[in-house]
Each structure stands twice: as structure tokens, then as C-alpha cells.
Write a protein of this length. Structure first.
Length: 460
């Protein structure tokens, strides 16, 4: 037998929720760390690339041909697309600061101005080369050239300021929607199935939801089991009503016929027949009431430790006279005593139904065997007849109320169709089990298994 202590965690809905939540948290932490590294003051001052200083000096020749500082600024940045920053070195005042980003820390220009040679400043998204000191109409100026960021810069450094939080929000939203749909979609499908079943479509089943290997699959399979049981209960109820109507209509019709004949004849010959039919109706109603109480769990059992053999002896004596008239014998085989916790009235009625059922279908000159076998924790009680038997596919169904196997076992033999159903419910009340078997020599055997009381030291 395969051990069931290990369960695949992926089949557990709780585990998948935990994993999704954990992944979202891990993504949040990762992006937060990356964001922190991105927005931190990742400033670096490097040497100028080889040849850059000579290249810049070549570009800055002929500055004095411009008349004013504004004209110089316009011509420089028009040619190089806002790549030149003009600073007054005496007071470190930026003359065209609009070309710098708002988050640029201008203190780094002061740091560069104190160096003895031009350097390359990498500050966040800005790369400045400088300062390049020039004379413009006898006025010293410090020029800084904005350059492309080096290839070794992190990718996140080029993203806009609010890109990472938006990406984090987007991926968190996708994960949350996925988790929500994982739970809500099958629940909505199951709700629709439930509404269909409640509207009267008793064939509704969960379908593919029942194949899931998680808690929702268990819920769907539970719904299917409930639907099957409710359908069976309603079908049994409808069949029970049909059978009750049929079984009551027959004696009522005979009683009405007997009354009509008696009214016509006025001899009293129909009165015994009328009394017999009324007794049959009373018997049917009494057994129907008993079965309904047992089936609904409303029967209050009075379990007491009693000798099962004494109950069987009394039952055999009561039915032996009728069996003798049929040229039958009821034979007991088993121990002299057997203590069982039982309700003598309920179990006695169940045993009488089984024994009389065996008498009814057994031919003349045959024995009806009542046997008791004791085991460690159970007692097996069997009633075996030598009748025609039943088909194998009817061994379970004969314990259903009003079930008819064939013409040889029908209401014409005098039964109500509830005897074995009452017996099955009575055994269930005793926490036992009942089954029908087909002996090799023919006939039918009804076997009841009941819990056995442990023997006391005195009785042993």
C-alpha cells in the first residue's frame, strides 16, 4: 500500500498562494535594492580619455571672434547640441545652468575646479569633462563638456526616475491578478454549477474542476458526491412514493370490492377478506413508519447486553408452527450462549423479517438454517434458505425499500417489500453490517455481522 504521508506541495492551493506571495515580496525587495543602488550618489572622477584634452582645445580655438558671452554660449551649444557648460571660475557661477538636470549636485563642479588638471566627472546620468580654462576677451571662463555615459554604466542608470517604482507596481499587479484569478475563477465556475443544481438540473456536475489536485479539486469532488447522493435520495423518494401508492392501492381496491360484494350479498362472507386487507394496510403503514424512522435516524435504540441465542430460540419457537404447516424446519446451529449489545425489539423484528422471508420463498420439505459464529470481536449471524435465489446483481439492491427481484418474490406472496430494508437499517443501528450471499448449493443466505461483547472472567 502506498504511503500517504507525503503530499505534493504543488497540489496545495495554500502552498501556491504562499509561493506567489513570496515571489512578489522577493521581486519587491530586489527592485527596491536595485532602485537604492540607482538613486544613490554613484559619483566617480576619472582621468580624461587619451586625446580628449587636445580634441577639446582644438574645438575651443577662435572663441574671441564672438562679441558677447551670450553669443558664445549660443554658438557653442548650437553646434554641439547643448553639450557645453559655461562657468565663471571666480565665483563658480553657472552661466547656462538650464542644460543640467535638476537633480545634478552642483557642488561637484566646485570639486573639479580645485583640481590641477581637467578630469571626467560621472555623476548619476551626467558625464562632464573639464574644467577647460579659456580667456574670453580678457575674462577667464571654465568650460565643461557633457559627454555620453561610458559603456560600463548600469542599465538602470539610464531609466527615468519613476520607472522602477512603476515597474514594481506593474509586476506586483500582474502577480496579484494571477493569484486572484487562480482562486476566483474556479470558485465562480463552481458557484454556477451550484446554481444550476439548485435550479433543478440534478445532472449538473463539477466537470473538469474535479480533476484538480488541490483544495478546489477536493471541493469540486465533494460537490459531485453531494449531487450524486441528493439525486439518489430524490430518485429513491420518488420510487418510494410510487411503490407506496401501488402497494396501498391493491389492498384498498380489494377492500372496496369486498365491501361492494358484502353490500350486495348481505351474508357476511366478505368480512374476513375485508379484515385481511385492512390488516395488510395496517402492516404496510406500520413497517413504513418504522423504516422512515430508522432511515431518518430518529429511532431511539435501547442497547443492552443480552444473549443473542435466547432471542433466536424465542424467534424460532414463534415461527416453527407456521413453518411446520409449510412442511419446513427452522434449524439452529451455533453456540449455546452469545453475548451481544443489542436492542431486543429492533433486532428481533429484523430477524423475524429475514426468517419469514426465508420461509416464504423456500419450498416444502426443506430446512431453514439459522447459524451463529463467534470471532474475536464480531458475531456472524446467518439465515440460509433453499429457495430459488436471486440474480447476483440484486444482492445489494434487495435491501432497498420495495425492491422486487422477479415474479417469484413480489407482493403477491404477502410481504410489504420493506422487511429486508428494515433489517438493514436495524443492523446499521447496532453498528454492524449486512449482506446477501448465494450459497453454492442454491438458495439465499442473509449474513449479519454484529460487534461482540468481550466475555467476563465469570462467564469464561
Amino acid at each position: 500500500m502506498k504511503s500517504s504521508w507525503w503530499v505534493n506541495p504543488w497540489r496545495l492551493l495554500a502552498f501556491r498562494f504562499f509561493l506567489a506571495f513570496w515571489l512578489v515580496m522577493a521581486l519587491t525587495v530586489t527592485v527596491a535594492v536595485l532602485l537604492a543602488h540607482t538613486v544613490q550618489d554613484d559619483t566617480d572622477i576619472r582621468r580624461l580619455p587619451p586625446g580628449l584634452e587636445d580634441e577639446v582645445k582644438h574645438l575651443l580655438r577662435g572663441l574671441n571672434r564672438f562679441d558677447t558671452l551670450e553669443e558664445l554660449n549660443q554658438r557653442l551649444n548650437r553646434r554641439d547640441r547643448n553639450r557645453w557648460l559655461v562657468v565663471d571660475p571666480e565665483n563658480n557661477q553657472i552661466l547656462n545652468g538650464a542644460i543640467l538636470p535638476e537633480d545634478f549636485n552642483r557642488q561637484w563642479l566646485t570639486e573639479l575646479s580645485q583640481l590641477n588638471r581637467p578630469r571626467l566627472l560621472i555623476h548619476r546620468k551626467v558625464v562632464l569633462a573639464g574644467p577647460f580654462l579659456v580667456m574670453f576677451h580678457d575674462r577667464p571662463l571654465a568650460l565643461y563638456q557633457q559627454r555620453p555615459r561610458p559603456d560600463d554604466a548600469p542599465l538602470l542608470a539610464f531609466l527615468p526616475k519613476y520607472t522602477l517604482p512603476l515597474l514594481l507596481l506593474f509586476f506586483s499587479l500582474i502577480a496579484a491578478v494571477g493569484v486572484a484569478l487562480t482562486l476566483s475563477r474556479p470558485l465562480r465556475q463552481l458557484q454556477q454549477k451550484n446554481l444550476q443544481f439548485a435550479s433543478g438540473d440534478l445532472t449538473t456536475r463539477a466537470g473538469s474542476l474535479a480533476t484538480r489536485q488541490d483544495e478546489l479539486g477536493e471541493l469540486a469532488r465533494g460537490f459531485d458526491e453531494m449531487a450524486v447522493k441528493i439525486s439518489d435520495l430524490l430518485e429513491n423518494q420518488q420510487r418510494l412514493l410510487r411503490d407506496i401508492s401501488h402497494d396501498l392501492r391493491t389492498p384498498l381496491t380489494r377492500a372496496q370490492l369486498a365491501i361492494a360484494l358484502e353490500q350486495r350479498q348481505q351474508t357476511g362472507e366478505q368480512l374476513p377478506r375485508l379484515s385481511q386487507e385492512l390488516e395488510r394496510i395496517d402492516q404496510l403503514l406500520a413497517e413504513l413508519l418504522t423504516f422512515s424512522r430508522l432511515d431518518a435516524g430518529q429511532y431511539q435504540t435501547n442497547l443492552q447486553p443480552l444473549d443473542l441465542v435466547d432471542l433466536l430460540d424465542e424467534l424460532i419457537q414463534l415461527n416453527q408452527l407456521e413453518a411446520s404447516q409449510r412442511q419446513q424446519r427452522i434449524v439452529y446451529q451455533g453456540p449455546a450462549h452469545c453475548q451481544v449489545l443489542l436492542d431486543s425489539m429492533l433486532l428481533g423484528r429484523a430477524l423475524e423479517n429475514i426468517v419469514r422471508n426465508a420461509m416464504k420463498y423456500s419450498p416444502e420439505h426443506t430446512d431453514i438454517l439459522v447459524s451463529v459464529s463467534q470471532f474475536a470481536h464480531e458475531v456472524e449471524l446467518a439465515v440460509t434458505d433453499q429457495g430459488p435465489g436471486i440474480p447476483p446483481d440484486a444482492l445489494q439492491r434487495i435491501f432497498e425499500p420495495f425492491y422486487r427481484v422477479s415474479d417469484s418474490r413480489n407482493s403477491a406472496t404477502g410481504g410489504t417489500g420493506l422487511g429486508l430494508a428494515i433489517a438493514a437499517q436495524a443492523v446499521k443501528q447496532h453498528k454492524g453490517r449486512i449482506q446477501a450471499q448465494l450459497p453454492s448449493h442454491g438458495g439465499l443466505r442473509i449474513v449479519m455481522v454484529l460487534p461482540r461483547l468481550p466475555e467476563s472472567p465469570a462467564s469464561a
